[in-house]
Design a protein around this ligand. Sequence first.
Ligand code: DGJ
Length: 722
Amino acid sequence: MIKINTLTGILLCFFTVATKAQTEKQVIVGTRNVSLVLTVGKNGRIYQSYFGKKLLNAADYSNFVQGRHEAYITGGMEDQFQPAIQVKHNDGNPSLQLVYVSDNSNKKNDNVTETTFNLKDPKYPVEVVLHYETYFNEDVIKAWTEIKHNEKQPLVLSNYASNMLHFDADKYWLTQYHGDWATEMMQQESELTSGSKVIESKQGSRPDIYQEPLFMLSLNKPADETGGEVLAGSLSWTGNFKFQFEIDQSNSLRVITGINPYASEYQLDAGKIFTTPAFVFTYSNSGKGQASRNLHKWARSYGVLDGDKPRATLLNNWENTGFKFDEKLLVNLFDDATKLGVDVFLLDDGWFANKYPRNNDKAGLGDWEENKNKLPSGIEYLVKQAEAKGIKFGIWIEPEMVNPKSVLYETHPDWILKLPNRDESYQRNQLVLDLSNPKVQDYVFSILDNMMTKNPGIGYIKWDCNRTMSNTYSVYEKNRQSNLYVDYTMGLYKVLDKVRAKYPHLLMMLCSGGGGRTEYGAMKYFTEFWASDNTDPLERIYIQWGFSNFFPANTVSNHITSWSKQSTVKFRTDVAMMGRMGYDINVKDMSEADVKFSQQAVKNYKRLSDVIWFGDLYRLISPYESNRADLMYVNEAKTKAVLFNYMLSARYKEIFGKVKLQGLDPLKRYKIEETNMMEGAKSSFADNGKTFSGDYLMTVGLSLTQGRVMPQSSSLIEITQQ
Ligand code: DGJ
């Protein structure tokens, strides 16, 4: 961070730059390639004077005067567009003025610096701290806000954004991601027009099921993978979010990101600090691909639990057995896991509850003891059997939820979110527990803790969440019902904090009836997430493509299943391999050839997974623009790459051009080898086995279609420096 104080002329950090007379103080929040310039105006307010590519000459920053974009606009004052913050004081006054008190820069290590601005209202005892944490090498900035006060009664917060950014471009193009169950992360791009565009969620516990809390914003023209100015951002919050993009009469755009204040006027007690979630963002002037790589790098080192560590391959039983299994069958399935060569067997839903056995989704949720008919010897036996066969045992839980047909419902009706005087409203026959209540938090923690204490050998947890919050009312919140959405998420984090304090490295998959919870607020507690229940490989290419914009490959769980029986196991496998690969299939139903292929595929995956998980991703040809999709991962040393080539469909005699690779070293020579083929199959690529320079591969490219193109076919190409 660079600070310039023209009043004292003191060199506060790295160097000084002469600033314009009207500017009192300029603070540069910077990374290797990005600068955010914040200026303390003469009126004491903080302004965003610049955001974009870092300037070559530090002296040029002196050209930035305070400008007219207050960094964190307060409601009830002069500005007549959407504010970042709006409060109601005890005397009913709905205005807030934030005046600079001090700023501070704390270099946490060589890469991470936190800059804070302390602001206060001159008339009311309300203080706001703006936080900007920079990740120098990743070009990522994390921004959040703290609000506190000392009024007698609670201060009412009706807007409390994490961050506000301003842009002055000719045009703005927004890429957003939306969906539903089985259609997660569909990509849409549109030009922003004057007025407001809002992307938000109101679903509470499954906040990302319809709209995802992430976006890309292109300036001046739509950015593509390799060119254009783009902001990519994501809110780290496992709850309702709101992004507002508002273009004013001067064509200035303000981007406001934070918790959705919908039904959430927050009553904040005196002396308590309200900390907003972080908005994590990066800027690239060389397209979306670079923006994604920045976020992936940040996520692996800072955003995801053990993001830089390997993941496990697994066999899940959900798509195979559903609720119908017993311990004999499960132990038998362990053999299928070892046959495939995976690391973990994951037991899904249906293993628990006795008074109301969990034999379908109508009963048992909340009663987390082993079902005696299905598992008479308990989880302990399964863990031991799995270990004896050389694999780890994993298990599914959905600890935030309850079926009305359960002992938990009967014993603790006050722990459940439901309106006291109205009919209960169900989704998947279940209700949500009240995580704003500390007793419920303890209970939810105890579900996992008891299981792990009794069975320390459990090596993997799938944490599910299958309904949204609606018709909610909390007995615990009493007359503060509008605090509930926020307090629920804070309560969830308290539980997860405890889980991680005690089980810091346990592999945990975040699931929410598919990808209903896919954001970085939760991912700091989880090692991966379930992207979608839709495992049809054709559909999955689009879903995974969407997630690849924001999440590194080792966090995106993909399983080979029988959802689409018409597609080959080879195609399903190649698609699953672009993330964290696993199986959820009846191995006994597979042909001998498919089993042989899969055994080899698991070996190939283990050989290549370091490049896939930790390499740089280059999206080469988008399924949204072509009848094929191509992407590649390149390791840091640029000695090894893996290229995925998916043919979605093809017209008769459709011609596909060469695919130009990216991310290689032009001066190195690389051998091209198709891998992951059915036993006995030969590569049809003319270039297979040949060696080329990186320059040739990136300039001329590879022909990856030969002869008649089969729809829903794929190839996996290993690229190795010679
Ligand atoms: C929804 C998940 O997405 C599925 O994978 C499975 O775990 C079911 N829940 C179990 O009820």
